[in-house]
Design a protein around this ligand. Structure first.
Ligand code: CS2
Ligand code: MG
Length: 402
């Protein structure tokens, strides 16, 4: 039996901050895990370094399920984004090691190919409708079969999702940027630009939109109804999902499909959304929902209720968890779509990934394990930079969901 001999936690900012866990066994096999929690990275790094690393040394890396139960049930204080991201990083690294030890890519350990490729969507955005339409055109020309569309609401400063640089990066300031929000302005404007996209490009591709937790249930019902003619692939996070009941009201009013889950980190957070079919896609991820081991459970529950997967894949999910996501996506029966926002150029100097993009789909590496390498020497060139996600405030100055 091999043993875990070394566990390293790297915090670096190649274009943006990533927290990466590397486990090394006594026979020299390494595994990687993503432990990035945007805006709260150091909390997870400390949870790993100060609380989990002492527990991992000497353990059998092959006992992935036992390790998951040990770290989850053994913590006493359960769930939450920090705990589940730390557990996720360990779990993902152990699956990487298991694949390398077996000489198989991780997807082969999960049941092999269920499809030829992993349909992905990217992100078109604009400061106004013309620039949004140009951006949609760009992604369609790049071969994407699915595009998310977001545009700035006129006269409302920081609408969610409008890219500034090469990739959309919301965590951009040393203290939270306080951005104004006006629900009425959004409800009046967003349907017009989604209609404009359909008018210009037709219905030959999937169109997605992220409401980003901004509406009340009845406002979300109104929004969903107002865009039914746009035939969205989904409206995402229409209302905050702590209250899973809230989605019953939305469901009563609109057939626009609903996607929820990127901020959820356990099966219990999405249990009723799935079992009562209040959503159509579940967006939980390898990195924030307890790793491959737990995410498989969520996806299997979803499959029983015809809920499909639609995992989050923004810039703050590192190439490690994106590779793990593609290994899961290619194999699960109820796959829906995978978000693929890409990473800053500097990230490629630190992470080497075997994931490939072709014809609107991602493909996992055929290398044993996840097919990702981390260059800690290169990472030293990108010291940690603390950045915060924005905070939204209504026009009266009160805090709103960002
Ligand atoms: C968004 C993200 O990609 C998405 O669907 O919700 O951009 C999200 O805002 C960031 O990942 C937060 O870190
Ligand atoms: Mg989102």
């Amino acid at each position: 039996m091999s043993k875990i001999e070394r566990v390293e936690v790297f915090v670096a900012s190649p274009g943006r901050t990533f927290v990466t866990l590397r486990i090394t066994t006594d026979d020299g096999v390494t595994g990687l895990g993503d432990a990035t929690l945007n805006g709260r990275e150091l909390a997870v790094a400390s949870y790993l370094r100060d609380h989990l690393v002492p527990l991992l040394i000497g353990k059998d890396p092959a006992r992935i399920e036992d390790m998951w139960q040990y770290l989850y049930r053994g913590a006493y204080w359960r769930r939450g984004p920090v705990t589940m991201t730390a557990i996720a990083a360990v779990d993902t690294a152990l699956w990487d090691i298991k694949g390398k030890t077996a000489g198989l890519p991780v997807y082969q350990l999960l049941g092999g190919h269920s499809r030829d490729g992993v349909l992905v969507y990217s992100h078109a955005s604009g400061t106004d409708v013309p620039s949004l339409l140009d951006d949609v055109q760009r992604y369609l020309e790049l071969g994407y079969k699915a595009v998310r569309a977001q545009a700035a609401v006129p006269d409302v400063g920081g609408t969610y999702g409008v890219r500034k640089g090469k990739v959309y990066e919301p965590a951009a300031t040393e203290l939270p940027d306080e951005q104004p929000w006006d629900t009425e302005a959004y409800l009046g404007f967003a349907p017009t630009y989604l209609e404009a996209v359909r008018e210009r490009f037709g219905f030959g591709f999937h169109l997605l939109h992220d409401v980003h937790h901004r509406l009340t249930p009845i406002e979300a019902a109104r929004f969903g109804k107002s865009v039914e003619a746009c035939r969205l692939f989904w409206m995402e996070d229409p209302t905050p999902a702590e209250n899973q009941e809230a989605f019953r009201l939305i469901r009563q009013h609109t057939t626009t499909p609903i996607a929820v889950g990127e901020v959820m980190n356990s099966i219990w957070d999405v249990q009723h959304l799935i079992t009562e079919q209040l959503i159509d896609y579940v967006r939980t991820t390898v990195v924030h929902a307890g790793g491959i081991t737990h995410l498989r459970r969520i996806f299997d529950l979803a499959a029983l209720y015809q809920v499909r997967t639609g995992s989050h894949g923004a810039t703050d999910l590192s190439p490690v968890s994106m590779a793990a996501a593609v290994h899961l996506d290619i194999s699960v029966p109820n796959f829906g779509i995978q978000e693929h926002m890409g990473h800053p150029d500097e990230a490629a100097e630190v992470f080497r990934t075997g994931v490939t993009f072709a014809d609107g789909m991602l493909h996992p590496s055929e290398e044993p394990g996840l097919g990702v390498e981390y260059d800690e020497k290169a990472a030293e060139r990108f010291p940690y930079q603390q950045r915060y996600l924005p905070v939204a405030r209504r026009l009266d100055g009160s805090v709103h969901d960002w």
